[in-house]
Design a protein around this ligand. Structure first.
Ligand SMILES: *Cc1c(COP(=O)(O)O)cnc(C)c1O
Length: 235
């Protein structure tokens, strides 16, 4: 991947974001691109940085810890993968936003580690909208109690919701899953009176649909960086 190739990919992704937003009657600036940088080398991330990107989304705590020192300090790192409780302390140190809180136990551990670090950690609740056993995320009916537990944590700030939707060849089939995440958010806003502005949904093959359904964060890997070298373990 050289700078020209990356530049073309980035231009293409930005144009899809722009047209999907316009189609949905939204300002394209309300959609944040978080490049999914798992298994992408520091050299290629440097190319992305030089193209103006300042946010990356990593899946593994260890990989982010290794890469961060090799790249400029003014990059914002977000965590998009499944988080184990025993990595919570490192995650609080490394990431501005954790997308993948899916249990009360994990929330409380992140809260405890954030308190120790003197930080208010921004988080999203990951929801398994498709009910797939292979996916992380809280079941839709667990979202309300989990949000309640997060409210009770002084060192957590709930910014919104995230999902990894099921994969469909036929793109339109994914739309109800993104819509469902938005409805879960809207309902919780109504009942709590609080605001949860962020909807992190949409990946390389489906982000235009996610944007039409209200995504404020799209996590795009392959469409920017090309196919990853070896299979991703998603469970
Ligand atoms: C890898 C990954 C992405 C990006 O996937 P692509 O299909 O390569 O765009 C987005 N979100 C999560 C949680 C991921 O693990």
């Amino acid at each position: 991947m050289n700078a020209d190739e990356f530049g073309m990919n980035l231009e293409r992704v930005r144009s899809v974001i722009g047209s999907a937003a316009v189609k949905a009657g939204r300002d394209p600036l309300t959609v944040k691109l978080v490049p999914a940088s798992k298994k992408v080398s520091p050299e290629v991330l440097r190319i992305a940085y030089d193209s103006g990107l300042r946010v990356f989304g990593e899946n593994r705590v260890q990989e982010a810890r290794d890469k961060q020192p090799l790249l400029p300090a003014n990059i914002e790192w977000q965590f998009i993968g499944g988080l184990q409780k025993n990595k919570a302390k490192e995650a609080v140190r490394l990431f501005s936003l954790i997308h993948s809180v899916d249990s009360v136990e994990l929330a409380q551990e992140i809260d405890r580690r954030a308190r120790e670090a003197g930080k208010v950690q921004q988080v999203l609740i990951e929801v398994n909208v498709g009910g797939e056993s292979s996916k992380h995320g809280a079941a839709p009916e667990q979202v309300s109690p989990l949000a309640g537990a997060i409210f009770a944590c002084n060192n957590l700030e709930l910014k919104g919701f995230m999902t990894v939707a099921p994969f469909f060849e036929e793109l339109e089939k994914v739309r109800p899953f993104f819509r469902k995440l938005r409805e879960i958010r809207d309902e919780l806003e109504q009942r709590s009176g609080a605001k949860f502005p962020e909807l992190s949904m949409g990946m390389s093959h489906d982000y235009q649909i996610a944007i039409e359904e209200g995504a404020t964060i799209v996590r795009v890997g392959t469409a920017l960086f090309g196919a990853r070298q070896y299979p991703e373990k998603t469970t």
